[in-house]
Write a protein that binds this ligand. Structure first.
Ligand code: HEC
Ligand code: HEC
Ligand code: HEC
Ligand code: HEC
Length: 197
């Protein structure tokens, strides 16, 4: 009997956790369907053309990162321009040094879940358009961007590997430091991102 109660309680819990969770029910409306502009896909396969041994393919849930409370402290969504950092006016980017660049340079709109739907918002560029693979020429600009990190004296060339690792694993490390039980692969948990799938 006790066991039955436990099972029933667990089943109810499952209902609450999955079935009746409005964010699962409404996952369609939570996705970023654009009207005028170009909408992102819900999921991306990254690093599928890696030139290096450990750079196995990475599955990235864009919809999770753009619509759920995936901020470091787990209370807010991540602003689009926290990742797409050139998709905001230069003056906004400059509030977060070392960031300074806007693309296009004279843009006035900041990318948000709303402005992405507006055809007047400049088209979103992929990270690789600038942060090309080691040795490759980027689509935008004459060379791969570089910057000098705080406390370092030599500039770092921001290849796709450097840029993604700093952005993705940088936040995951901070989230793991700030909270318990965060399911975000840290910079040392390579194969949790590079699953090969
Ligand atoms: C948070 C997820 C994440 C973690 C953790 C992570 N990576 Fe990556 N890694 C990526 C992404 C995303 C890319 C770039 C994908 C792209 O350009 O399409 C990448 C790129 C790379 C590349 C370059 C691939 C190329 O283009 O040639 C290598 C090599 C690599 N990672 C190895 C590692 C190793 C080794 C570790 C652990 C020490 C690690 N990664 C940890 C997500 C991760
Ligand atoms: C956690 C980082 C992150 C956040 C937050 C994020 N994105 Fe993205 N976005 C990416 C990555 C990575 C890609 C895959 C393509 C690439 O390599 O840049 C992408 C792709 C896109 C694309 C398609 C670009 C193309 O040409 O294929 C659009 C459009 C886009 N995002 C819009 C948004 C909007 C709007 C928001 C906010 C509501 C947002 N993104 C939030 C990381 C992010
Ligand atoms: C139009 C070109 C361009 C695009 C697109 C772009 N970047 Fe960058 N990125 C730069 C430049 C240039 C810098 C050097 C700082 C500056 O001038 O703003 C930089 C710096 C960075 C840095 C180091 C600075 C820091 O804040 O730690 C990271 C990490 C980074 N980019 C990640 C990304 C990711 C992730 C994407 C895609 C979601 C992306 N970038 C898209 C041009 C670009
Ligand atoms: C600003 C913070 C932030 C950034 C930037 C970020 N993530 Fe995450 N990510 C999270 C958080 C928080 C979680 C875990 C949420 C949880 O515990 O449920 C997570 C979870 C994940 C997971 C586990 C599966 C999932 O979707 O929950 C993967 C894989 C992942 N991130 C890959 C990436 C990659 C690849 C990038 C860069 C393109 C990236 N993340 C950028 C905060 C971030």
């Amino acid at each position: 009997m006790k066991l039955l109660i436990v099972i029933a309680t667990f089943a109810c819990y499952l209902c609450l956790a999955c079935g009746f969770n409005p964010s699962t029910l409404n996952s369609g409306s939570a996705s970023l369907t654009a009207e005028g502009g170009k909408a992102p896909k819900d999921e991306y396969k990254l690093a599928t053309d890696s030139k290096k041994a450990k750079g196995l393919p990475v599955t990235f849930s864009h919809v999770n990162h753009a619509t759920k409370n995936y901020s470091v402290d787990g209370t807010k969504t991540i602003g689009c321009a926290e990742c797409h950092h050139t998709e905001q006016p230069a003056a906004e980017a400059a509030k977060h040094p070392p960031l300074a660049t806007a693309y296009p340079a004279d843009r006035t709109a900041t990318l948000t879940a709303e402005t992405v739907k507006d055809a007047k918002t400049p088209e979103v560029q992929t990270c690789r358009a600038c942060h090309a693979q080691d040795g490759a020429k980027p689509k935008i600009g004459t060379e791969i961007p570089s910057f000098t990190a705080e406390g370092e004296s030599d500039p770092t060339v921001l290849t796709n590997e450097e840029a993604y690792h700093r952005n993705c694993a940088g936040c995951h490390d901070a989230a793991a430091d700030a909270r318990k039980n965060v399911k975000a692969p840290t910079s040392q948990q390579c194969t949790d991102c590079h699953t090969g799938k």
